[in-house]
Design a protein around this ligand. Sequence first.
Ligand code: CDP
Length: 212
Amino acid sequence: MIIAVDGPAASGKGTVARALARHFGLPHLDTGLLYRAVAHHVRRLDLDPAKEADAVAACDFDDRTLADPALRDDAVGQLASIVSAHPLVRAALFQRQKRFANQPGGAVLDGRDIGTVIAPDADVKLFVKANAAVRARRRHTELAERGQSLTYEQVLADIRARDARDSARATAPLTQAADAASLDTSNLTVEAAIARAIALVEGRVRGRTAGA
Ligand code: CDP
């Protein structure tokens, strides 16, 4: 079973995807980390994230980078949304995600374009969202716990800028697939969001079996 989880920054998609992977015993890929790794590499090599050739040159990052906590920095997230708008960067990371999705037994992937581009035939697609103020509050707390002292207003502005960039880009923009179920986590606890996600997946699977 392939489960595609998409949504904007700090919507709760990562938490939901990890929990679904655990619940259904599937491997999980946080695809945002791949774009964050490219962004991090661009910065280390002192390249220009706005230049497609520079961003492409940073796509051969060392896989050990994926475990680096620095990838979670707010600035890396912003840079990731700049490098991820380049079609050639997306192309460079495409096969790796596709292979992960199509491994025997299935997988859970979370990102922006999983249900639309990477796994358009996924068995279940979820689009996780939450209002911008809630997302900024969550991300602000997360960053503070990691010792990053940004104000709430800065985090909100960054989230809005990233939403705009991710939604407006020409290639694989952030958008809900027509056949994705929505999960609004604005007023849900983590436990409630996970329970709702599991119920949505089970409902879709039952629906498919009944329809087959
Ligand atoms: O964790 P958060 O939602 O803040 O971001 P992320 O999932 O780590 O993604 C960082 C950035 O990578 C996003 O703002 C997108 O620009 C880009 N991204 C993408 O374009 N496509 C994906 N499948 C995943 C992330």
